[in-house]
Design a protein around this ligand. Structure first.
Ligand code: NAD
Length: 381
C-alpha cells in the first residue's frame, strides 16, 4: 500500500506524522511512502532527507491523497482535509471522537476509515502505539524546561565562591504520564521536588524518582480520588478541602509549580487558586499543563504566558509537544509505524483491518462508511 503523510495545517503545529526513519521502517512492511512537500520542515526534516529515504515528495495535499491508500497526520482533519478522503481510504491521526461527532458523520459518509491515535486502548500490548503517553512524556519534560526558562535561578543548589545557592523547590500536581516526566526532569536538574496525586498508588513511583509524595491530613486518602483503569475520579468536597489546605501551606515555599491534573471527560479541576498564586514569592513560576482543558490554576490563560502583579509567571501554553517538534515527530511517527505494523500482519504491504483485534477495533472510529465509535470494552487488559 502507499502511505502518504500530509503537512499539518493547524496554526502553530510543527510536528509531522512521518519521518525519514519511520518511512524506512514502513518500507520493510512492504509499503511505499509519499509526503507533501515541506511537511517535515518545521520538525527539521527536509524534503531532501525524505527523498534520500526513498519517499516520493509530492507538491500538494491533493496529490498525496490521490496517491495514497493510507493518510497519516498528527492533528485531526479539518474540513479541507475531510474533502480529500475517499471511499476505502484510511486516515490515521489524533481525532478526539467524543468531541467531533460531526466530523465522524462527514468522514463515514465518504466511506473512509479513521484510526484515532487518541483511542488506542491503554493496555500493555498497545504501549508502543500509545501516542497520548509519548506526547504527555514530552509535555512533562518541556514543562520543566519552560519553567526553568522563566525562572531566574538555578534548579540545583550550589556552593560557590560567590555564595551559597539554595536548590529550587518544585511541586508537581498530578503524577500521570506527564507529571512523572516532569518529576524525573526536575529531580535530574537537582531541584527538591514534591508531588501530589489523588491516586495514592503513585506515591511509590514518585519516591523512586527522588521526589517526595505530599500526604494529606485526610483519613480516606487511600479511598478517595482513584477511579477505574488508573484514572482519577472527582474528589469529595472534604478531600478537596484537605488538598487545598495542604497546597496553601506549600505555596509560599514553592519556586515552581507544575500542574498536570486531569479527570477523563471533565474540565480540569481547579487546584491552584488565586490566593495561592498571591502567596507565592516574586519570580516563582507556574506551568499549567491542563490549560487546554481550562487549567488547574484559576489564573491560567490558555496559550499565554502572563506575569501577575506579585511577580509570578503563569505559563498556559497548550503546544508543548509541538515546541519539541523533532522529538515529538520521531516518537509519534514511531507510534504510527507500530499501528501500521499491526495493520500489516504479513509484512507484505497489504493492510488487514482486523476488527477482531482489540487495539485496532478500539482505535477505529469509522470503518468503511460506518461509525464504529464508541468501541466495546477491550477483552484483554
Ligand atoms: P491524566 O492525564 O488523565 O491525568 C493526570 C493525572 O492527574 C493522573 O495521575 C490523575 O490521577 C491526576 N489527578 C486528577 N485529579 C487530581 C487532583 N485533584 N489532584 C491531583 N492529581 C489529580 O493521566 P494519564 O497521564 O493519561 O495517566 C492515567 C493513567 O493511565 C495512569 O494510571 C497511567 O499509569 C495509566 N497509563 C497506562 C498505560 C498502559 O498501560 N499502556 C499507558 C499510559 C498511562
Amino acid at each position: 500500500m502507499k502511505i502518504g503523510a500530509l503537512k499539518e495545517i493547524f496554526e502553530g503545529e510543527n510536528r509531522v506524522a512521518m519521518t525519514p526513519d519511520s518511512a524506512l521502517q514502513l518500507v520493510k512492511l512492504g509499503h511505499t511512502c509519499v509526503i507533501e512537500s515541506g511537511a517535515g520542515a518545521k520538525a527539521g526534516f527536509s524534503d531532501a532527507a525524505y527523498e534520500k529515504a526513498g519517499v516520493t515528495v509530492l507538491p500538494t495535499a491533493q496529490a498525496v491523497s490521490e496517491a495514497a491508500d493510507v493518510l497519516v497526520k498528527v492533528r485531526g482533519p479539518e474540513a479541507s482535509e475531510v474533502a480529500l478522503l475517499r471511499q476505502g481510504q484510511t486516515l490515521i491521526s489524533f481525532f478526539w471522537p467524543a468531541q467531533n461527532a460531526e466530523l465522524l458523520e462527514a468522514i463515514s459518509a465518504r466511506g473512509a476509515t479513521v484510526v484515532a491515535m487518541d483511542m488506542v486502548p491503554r493496555i500493555s500490548r498497545a504501549q508502543k502505539m500509545d501516542a497520548l503517553s509519548s506526547m504527555a512524556n514530552i509535555a512533562g519534560y518541556r514543562a520543566v524546561i519552560e519553567a526553568g526558562n522563566n525562572f531566574g535561578r538555578f534548579f540545583t543548589g550550589q556552593v560557590t565562591a560567590a555564595g551559597k545557592v539554595p536548590p529550587a523547590k518544585v511541586l508537581v500536581v498530578g503524577a500521570g504520564v506527564a507529571g512523572l516526566a516532569a518529576i524525573g526532569t526536575s529531580t535530574s536538574l537537582g531541584a527538591i521536588t514534591y508531588a501530589f496525586d489523588v491516586r495514592p498508588e503513585v506515591a511509590e513511583q514518585i519516591e523512586s524518582m527522588g521526589a517526595e509524595f505530599v500526604y494529606l491530613d485526610f483519613a480516606d486518602q487511600v479511598q478517595d480520588g482513584a477511579a477505574t483503569g488508573g484514572y482519577a475520579a472527582p474528589s469529595s468536597p472534604e478531600f478537596r478541602e484537605a488538598q487545598l489546605k495542604k497546597f496553601r501551606e506549600l505555596a509560599p515555599d514553592m519556586d515552581i509549580v507544575i500542574t498536570t491534573a486531569l479527570i477523563p471527560g471533565r474540565p480540569a479541576p481547579k487546584l491552584w487558586t488565586e490566593d495561592m498564586v498571591q502567596m507565592m514569592k516574586p519570580g516563582s513560576v507556574i506551568v499549567d499543563l491542563a490549560a487546554e482543558r481550562g487549567g488547574n490554576c484559576d489564573l491560567t490563560i490558555p496559550d499565554e504566558r502572563i506575569v501577575t502583579e506579585n511577580g509570578v509567571t503563569i505559563v498556559g501554553y497548550t503546544d508543548f509537544p509541538s515546541r519539541m517538534a523533532a522529538q515529538a515527530s520521531t516518537l509519534y511517527s514511531t507510534n504510527i509505524r507500530h499501528m501500521l505494523t499491526d495493520l500489516t500482519p504479513k509484512k507484505d504491504g497489504v493492510i488487514f483491518h482486523n476488527m477482531e483485534d482489540d487495539v485496532i477495533r478500539g482505535a477505529t472510529v469509522t470503518h468503511e462508511g460506518a461509525i464504529t465509535y464508541p468501541p466495546p470494552p477491550p477483552k484483554i487488559q
